[in-house]
Design a protein around this ligand. Structure first.
Ligand SMILES: [Fe+2]
Ligand SMILES: [Fe+2]
Length: 435
C-alpha cells in the first residue's frame, strides 16, 4: 500500500537509531603496487583495532559474481586512505583496492560513504576481505564468490517496519540462521517505510548485522524508497547512494534497474516506480520496455528470473467490490508480454504484502506454460490481514491472517526451486521448475 502516516515516522524517530559497529580489526602491513595497479601487501591474520569507525559494512551484488564484488560502508568521520584488502582464504598475501569516499548528506545527517569494487577475484576460490583505513584494518570477512554451480539465495519481501525494524531483524536473522549455505540475498523493495529517514536505513542495516558483511545484497527499488519525510515523492537519493549497484548505461536512470548473473541464472531487476518518478524525470517505463528484451536476449544463462516491486495482477479488496480483479494495467499489461517473449522462467513481485503462488501465466492466461509468478509476501510488520480478495490465478496463499515470510531460491543444474517459509522455519510452499 502506498499510504502511511506521519505518526509512524515519529514513532521510528523515537525508537532511535541502532547503528552497526564493526570496529575490530588488524594492522595492515606496508603495501606495494603491482603491475595491474592493485596495492599488494603482507597482511596480518589476527588482532583488531576497535577505533576504526565503520557502520553498515555490506557487500553489494555486481553483474558478474564470479570475479567481482562491491564492498561499502559508512563512517561518521572522514577516513584517510580508505581501501578494501582481499585475499584467497588464509593467504598471507593480499591485494588492496582504494575506495571512493564521498561526504553524503540526507535527512540532516552528514556521513561518509565508501565504496570499492573488487574486480579481479579468482572464480570459484573462497576469498576474504577487510576494510583498511587510517592505517588500521577490520578482521577478515568471508567473500563468497560464484563458482558457476548450484547456489541458494534468500529472498525477502517488503521489510518496511513501524516497530523500529524489530520484525525485520527477526525475519532476516532467522532466515540466515536456517540457511547458512545462502550465497546472497535479494530484497524485493520497500526496504524501509520512508526512504528519506536515515534512522530507518540505520535500523534496516542493523537487522542484517552479521549477514550483510558476508553475503552480497541485491536490492530492488520500491515506492517507499521514493518518499520524503512528509510523504511527498522525491528522487530516491538514499537508496541510490547506499547501494552501489551495477550500471545500466542509462543517462537518466542509471542503477535504477539492472541485471546480474549468479550460477546458471540471469536475474533482471526492474524499477516499477515510474508513477512516482515521472514528474521528476519522465521515461522510466518506456526506457525499461526497450531495455528488457535486449537484456533477456543477451544472456546465455539457462534460467531467467525477473524481479520487480509492484505486482502484475490486480487484486480486489474486501469491502470494495467495485475494484476489478485481473491484470494490473500499470505494470502487468505492459510487461507480461515481454516476459512471455523473453522466455522468462520466473517473475517475482512484492508491494501487496501477501504471499501468493499463481503458477504459470502466458498471454494473460493461467495454465501450464509461461513464467511462474510469485507474489513474495511481507518481511516487516506492515501487514494487511484479510485485505485482499483471492485472485482467480492464486494457487497457494499464505496462512491467514498473514504474518511474515521469506523465500529461498535454489538453483541446481536442471531445476530452480522456490520455497516459502514462515520465520520459525515452517515451510508453506514449494515450487520447482525443471528443464
Ligand atoms: Fe510495501
Ligand atoms: Fe510498495
Amino acid at each position: 500500500m502506498d499510504t502511511t502516516s506521519i505518526s509512524r515516522r515519529r514513532f521510528l524517530k523515537l525508537a532511535g537509531s541502532t547503528v552497526l559497529s564493526l570496529t575490530t580489526g588488524c594492522t595492515f602491513s606496508p603495501a606495494s603496487v603491482n603491475q595491474t595497479g592493485n596495492l599488494f601487501g603482507k597482511a596480518s591474520s589476527s588482532g583488531g583495532d576497535t577505533s576504526l569507525d565503520i557502520h553498515a559494512l555490506r557487500q553489494i551484488i555486481t553483474a558478474d559474481s564470479r570475479t567481482s564484488r562491491t564492498i561499502m560502508w559508512n563512517s561518521a568521520s572522514e577516513q584517510k586512505n580508505a581501501a578494501v584488502a582481499w585475499r584467497a582464504e588464509g593467504s598471507d598475501r593480499s591485494a588492496r583496492v582504494p575506495a571512493s569516499s564521498t561526504l553524503y548528506t540526507d535527512d540532516g545527517q552528514h556521513i561518509y560513504l565508501h565504496s570499492a569494487t573488487l574486480k579481479e577475484l579468482p572464480p570459484g576460490v573462497p576469498c576474504e576481505y577487510q576494510v583498511v583505513a587510517e592505517d588500521k584494518g577490520t578482521p577478515w570477512h568471508p567473500l563468497p564468490t560464484d563458482n558457476g554451480g548450484p547456489f541458494k539465495a534468500l529472498i525477502f519481501p517488503d521489510s518496511q517496519c513501524s516497530d523500529g525494524y524489530v520484525t525485520w531483524r527477526e525475519v532476516a536473522q532467522a532466515a540466515a540462521q536456517q540457511h547458512p549455505d545462502a550465497a546472497f540475498l535479494i530484497s524485493m523493495g520497500d526496504l524501509v517505510d520512508n526512504g528519506e529517514d536515515h534512522n530507518q536505513w540505520d535500523q534496516w542495516f542493523d537487522g542484517l548485522a552479521g549477514i550483510a558483511d558476508r553475503l552480497p545484497i541485491a536490492p530492488i527499488m520500491g515506492n517507499h524508497e521514493t518518499y520524503t519525510l512528509d510523504w511527498r515523492v522525491r528522487w530516491p537519493k538514499a537508496y541510490l547512494s547506499l547501494f552501489d549497484l551495477p550500471e545500466n548505461g542509462s543517462p537518466n536512470f542509471n542503477r535504477h534497474y539492472y541485471s546480474y548473473d549468479y550460477g546458471d541464472v540471469h536475474f533482471t531487476v526492474l524499477n516499477t516506480q515510474w508513477h512516482e518518478l515521472n514528474d521528476l524525470t519522465p521515461g522510466l517505463k518506456t526506457e525499461q520496455m526497450e531495455w528488457l528484451p535486449k537484456d533477456l536476449a543477451a544472456t546465455n544463462k539457462k534460467w531467467k528470473v525477473v524481479l520487480l516491486h509492484r505486482d502484475v495482477l490486480q487484486y480486489g479488496i474486501h469491502g470494495r467490490p467495485e475494484r476489478p480483479s485481473g491484470i494490473d494495467e500499470r505494470v502487468g499489461r505492459a510487461f507480461m508480454p515481454l516476459f512471455d517473449e523473453g522466455h522468462v522462467d520466473a517473475v517475482l513481485t512484492a508491494h501487496l504484502h501477501t504471499y501468493r503462488n499463481r503458477g504459470h501465466i502466458a498471454n494473460f492466461t493461467a495454465g501450464e506454460t509461461g513464467p511462474l509468478y510469485l507474489l513474495t509476501g511481507v518481511a516487516g510488520d506492515v501487514r494487511y490481514p484479510n485485505l485482499w480478495v483471492d485472485h482467480a490465478f492464486d494457487r497457494v496463499v499464505a496462512p491467514q491472517p498473514e504474518t511474515d515470510n521469506y523465500l529461498t531460491l535454489e538453483a541446481s543444474p536442471d531445476a530452480l526451486t522456490f520455497r516459502c517459509f514462515l520465520p520459525e522455519g515452517r515451510l508453506i510452499d514449494t515450487v520447482t521448475l525443471k528443464k
